[in-house]
Design a protein around this ligand. Structure first.
Ligand code: C2E
Ligand code: MG
Ligand code: MG
Length: 705
């Protein structure tokens, strides 16, 4: 039925005069009419015209008006349509019967035609309201269905509950199977949540509203989550008439989505362990508890030694497996039984072990005893890491370092505690492998100094405060200085000379090593240009390159530009790189070394023997020199290190490489090296690092006796 057309009235009467009068009266009132002269015609006309109202005579031959009314009410279209019956005057039986068969109203004959018009308008209006009400109810119920929302009304004194059909649907139930009274709800609530719901209902019995999330069990055994909001519906009424109303919504999907979001936000996908974010939040809570209860908590940060190497040599996939094993072991060792994933609905579990960064794990200990207890735990962790790990094809053994800090001993709040543990870890990293370091105030000072040193170094590089000294390398057979190594120096205005390992590592961490190396390279080139003929034509200066320099995509271009700028031949330069740097990416190293060789620059492997000395990579890479690390040379004194030194010299010779011994301090060391065939010597025995002028003088004068 369209809303905009004039209301149609079906006029049913066997008396043509009454029909005519009615039609006239109604038309005058702006109504459209359809006529029928008996019951059968009326039913047909109803089907065909869909009238908005039926004016129906009671007494007709054939089907009576009552029968027509009953039949119309039985059809969907006729269920709500207003039907006004025309009855005889004072015929109370007919009125009774008309009400019984579902008539909307009645009018007794004789008919007052003017009043009829108004009567019909009233009835049409209330029919319209009824229709809207029904539509609203329908859309409410479909909205409830779509929103998975159900509602109920509970008359508390007599425990009568009216639940909407959608409410039953939330439970996968029918009204008949749900059970009676409010108490029936508890039969469907998931066991662990039952006490909580029961308590809320007890409150509601006294008129207290609530909002509650709880789980229910469906007949098929599946568990779903509802959010229920309950309010008092009869504000102000007496307790004897207490009425509560509630609505419940199925939020299973939302809860699951939230769980997944939380999983992504708080957990590391690789190990399933809590991540740094989660760790921090747990730490905040633990620190607050610690202050409240006057207890102690501790943080340990565990770093796997040289993990990058595992990744490089075994590939990232194996590297991932190794991290999973380590994560698992740390949890086992800590007795961390909390589920890796939080249970649905509940809060985050108490955390013990988390993954803070690639190869860094964090351990949180609440209510700890003494410092020694914590240190003992740290050693247990190291022990757990050390056990061999089997990956397909091989077995590897890892070591780790642990930084430990306690609250309130070393820090007053959560952030300071984590920082203290990380400071301790950094200290452990600079000392030997397999270390546990406990935070101390002196470390904090050192960390602070390092921080201020950073600013100082930036300025020193910018203002050209760095110096370069040269340590001669002597050919003991030819008795002359053949090369020199450039070594950077930083005379700090207030701290005196800062040891190179200290500021070089700082420069590497901060990226300042790139400008630093450029400064050294420029200085060396200028010195070579300045010394000119004071150095023999084939005299080379070697310059140390860090890993960061080597990976710098601008390296080759920078070197070319500096050499060209100073007018120095590439044949004057040698670069020193450690094995670890060269090994990191063999393909890349091969390419860069080939480019350097093409230019005429030579390459030495520095500190040889301390890394992953491998014949295979030496064969592949275009290197020219091996420098035996000082640690092996110094061991020669007490008869150790001999095997390594001999092996390195033999290896160098077999590959046609030059071999230089570093850190030679005694004649005994010199003799051994010579007897093994190493004749290029660098060390305090002959010369310490010196200025370029001093180098020129030494080159000119040295004749070794
Ligand atoms: P390195 O390249 O192995 O340099 C040799 C180090 O051994 C130098 O220390 C040198 O002074 C020292 N040395 C030489 N002979 C002896 C000896 O007979 N006995 C002892 N005990 N030591 C000796 P230095 O100058 O303190 O440099 C330390 C490290 O810092 C260098 O080790 C190198 O790795 C790095 N470095 C120095 N200058 C630079 C630079 O300009 N750039 C880069 N990237 N690193 C540099
Ligand atoms: Mg060197
Ligand atoms: Mg060296």
């Amino acid at each position: 039925m369209t809303a905009s057309r004039d209301p149609h009235v079906l006029v049913v009467d066997d008396d043509p005069l009454i029909r005519m009068m009615a039609v006239e009266a109604l038309r005058e009132g702006g109504l459209t009419t359809v006529e029928a002269e008996d019951g059968v015609q009326a039913l047909h006309a109803f089907d065909a015209e869909h009238p908005d109202l039926v004016l129906l005579d009671v007494l007709m031959p054939g089907l009576s008006g009552f029968e027509v009314c009953r039949r119309l009410r039985a059809t969907p279209a006729g269920e709500l349509v207003p039907i006004i019956m025309l009855t005889g005057l004072d015929d109370s039986e007919s009125v009774e019967e008309a009400f019984h068969v579902g008539a909307t109203d009645f009018i007794s004959k004789p008919i007052n035609w003017t009043l009829l018009r108004f009567r019909i308008r009233y009835v049409l209006r209330s029919a319209q309201l009824l229709k809207e009400l029904v539509r609203n109810k329908e859309s409410l119920s479909s909205a409830q269905r779509i929103a998975r929302l159900g509602s109920w009304e509970w008359s508390v004194p007599d425990d009568l509950v009216q639940r909407s059909p959608q409410y039953y649907r939330l439970f996968g139930q029918r009204a008949e199977s749900f059970g009676d009274g409010m108490g029936a709800l508890l039969d469907h609530v998931y066991g662990p949540d039952r006490a909580m719901v029961d308590a809320a209902l007890s409150g509601a019995r006294n008129g207290a509203g609530y909002q509650l999330t709880y789980r229910i069990v469906w007949p098929d055994g599946s568990v779903r989550t509802l959010l229920e909001t309950v309010e008092r519906a009869d504000e102000g009424a007496s307790a004897a008439a207490l009425l509560m109303e509630g609505s419940a919504q199925d939020i299973t999907e939302q809860v699951e989505a939230q769980r997944r979001i939380r999983q992504l936000a708080y957990f590391d996908p690789l190990t399933g362990l809590p991540n740094r974010e989660f760790f921090r939040e747990s730490l905040l809570a633990a620190a607050a508890r610690c202050l409240r209860n006057d207890s102690r908590c501790a943080v340990m940060v565990v770093d796997i030694d040289r993990f990058a190497r595992i990744n490089d040599s075994l590939g990232p996939e194996r590297g991932d497996q190794v991290l999973q094993v380590i994560g698992h072991r740390l949890r086992e060792s800590m007795g961390d039984r909390a589920p890796a994933e939080p249970a649905g609905g509940g809060g985050l579990p108490r955390l013990k072990v988390a993954r803070l960064a690639a190869d860094e794990f964090g351990i949180l200990l609440s209510d700890v005893g003494t410092v020694d207890d914590v240190l003992a735990t740290a050693h247990e962790l190291l022990h757990a890491v050390r056990a061999p790990i089997r990956v397909p094809g091989q077995e590897i053994t890892l070591s780790a370092r642990v930084g430990v800090a306690l609250m309130p001993d070393h820090a007053a709040d959560a952030d300071a505690l984590l920082k203290a543990a990380e400071t301790a870890l950094n200290r452990a990293k600079r000392v030997s492998r397999d270390q546990v370091a406990l935070f101390s105030e002196e470390m904090k000072v050192a960390a602070f100094l390092r921080f201020t040193l950073e600013g100082d170094l930036r300025r020193a590089i910018g203002e050209d405060e760095l110096q370069v000294l040269y340590q001669p390398i002597i050919d003991v057979d030819r008795r002359c200085v053949v090369k020199a190594e450039a070594l950077v120096r930083w005379p700090h205005s207030s701290r005196g000379a800062v040891p190179p390992p200290e500021f070089i590592s700082l420069a590497e961490e901060t990226g300042m090593i790139v400008p630093l190396t450029r400064v050294v390279l420029e200085r060396v080139c200028n010195d070579i240009a300045e010394l000119g003929a004071a150095l023999p034509d084939d005299f080379r200066i070697s310059i140390n390159l860090s890993g960061v320099n080597f990976m710098d995509p601008q390296l080759i271009a920078t070197v070319r530009a500096v050499l060209d700028g100073a007018g120095v031949a590439a044949a004057r330069i040698e670069f020193e790189l450690t094995e670890t740097v060269l090994m990191r990416d063999l393909d890349y190293a091969t390419t860069i070394l080939a480019q350097l060789r093409e230019m005429g620059i030579r390459v030495a492997v520095d500190d040889f023997g301390t890394g992953y000395s491998s014949l295979a990579y030496l064969r592949r890479l275009a290197v020219d020199t091996l420098k035996i690390d000082r640690s092996f040379v110094s061991e020669l004194d007490d008869g150790q290190g001999m095997a390594i030194v001999r092996a390195v010299i033999g290896l160098a010779h077999s590959l046609g490489l030059e071999v230089v011994a570093e850190g030679v301090e005694t004649t005994a060391q010199l003799d051994t090296l010579r007897s093994q065939g190493c004749h290029l010597i660098q060390g305090y025995l002959f010369a310490r690092p010196m200025t370029s002028r001093a180098l020129a003088r030494t080159v000119a004068s040295v004749v070794i006796g």
